[in-house]
Design a protein around this ligand. Sequence first.
Ligand SMILES: NC(=O)C1=CN([C@@H]2O[C@H](COP(=O)(O)OP(=O)(O)OC[C@H]3O[C@@H](n4cnc5c(N)ncnc54)[C@H](O)[C@@H]3O)[C@@H](O)[C@H]2O)C=CC1
Ligand SMILES: O=C([O-])CC(=O)C(=O)O
Length: 341
Amino acid sequence: MVKAVVLGAAGGIGQPLALLLKANPLVTELSLYDIVNTPGVAADLSHISTQSKVTGYLPPPKGSDLPADDGLKKTLAGADIVVIPAGIPRKPGMTRDDLFKINAGIVRDLATGIATTCPKAAVLVISNPVNSTVPIVAEVLKKHGVFDPKKVFGVTTLDVVRASTFVAEVLGDLSLVSKVSVPVVGGHSGVTIIPLLSQSTVPLPSSLDQSTVDALIKRIQFGGDEVVKAKDGAGSATLSMAYAGALFAENVIKALKGATGIVVPTYVNLSAHEGGQVIQKELGSSIEYFSVPVTLGPNGVEAINSLGSLSSHEQSLISAALPELQESITKGVQFIQAPKL
Ligand SMILES: NC(=O)C1=CN([C@@H]2O[C@H](COP(=O)(O)OP(=O)(O)OC[C@H]3O[C@@H](n4cnc5c(N)ncnc54)[C@H](O)[C@@H]3O)[C@@H](O)[C@H]2O)C=CC1
Ligand SMILES: O=C([O-])CC(=O)C(=O)O
């Protein structure tokens, strides 16, 4: 039995993500929460002929005697996995960090619901800026004494999905896409996104000139901007993100149910894991959060794996990413530990 929850389920990502989870035979119960429209989305999905029972909740109406988190808590009760795509998306000209002002508070409140209702659930954070929202979730859970570093994940799967697609395009053969896997490490914004092209399962030809490789790295790092620009004010990636989020959620669910050997990059707390401490040493940095290849297991993160052998260019990309990543992590941690009045 697996109860999956989507918080922000009526949004651009939330709806197609909920659809993909409803279509997933591993999910037996699907519960949806948003501040608008969830009863309609849930009713619509509930007619799909798969086994999962679907429910949708809202906050109580204005003037209600019910506590403000009543709908949230009903949604979260008994959850095994909670996926969070709640919050505003970018418009052209904005950075992901520009979303912090609004999304930090949204994620904090949702994390409080998780801490008090389903503290053992796996929490998959999609809301941007992921580099800060994951530390926010962790700090809220710590405050309630229920933080399990094995169970909090920043979803960076879209970067991995993009890397496969763009590499296959450069190779000139999209049919290769299912064979191409590239670890993407670091964080989830601009220069903090570091595709380890030297470890691509389908190697790039050595004849490829450096400017093509540089352009490929840049396209993976700024793939989100490509979509924001094309949507021209109507938001950011939603469908590809729903695909990526459902893929990552499925891997977590499979591992929770006992599947072994699933290795995926995800943005996690490093210092809580032995393998994470090894990476910190390798990086020469005490950075607390980093996207790394992780082995999943029945308790969440089973092990943090090595970054593997890096080219000197990849090492320099990591060095360039660390200051921005550290700043975003500190901003998220301070938002909970030392909130400004
Ligand atoms: N991690 C990643 O790779 C990616 C992350 N994102 C991020 O995902 C987030 C959502 O993006 P979209 O779905 O396109 O936005 P959207 O605006 O279409 O949907 C967001 C939903 O969140 C809901 N919401 C707002 N406050 C809430 C609250 N307190 N509780 C519950 N729900 C609430 C809204 O009502 C809305 O339905 C954005 O922050 C975006 O930047 C987007 C693409 C990729
Ligand atoms: O670019 C954005 O704002 C949304 C996002 O995180 C992505 O598409 O990678």
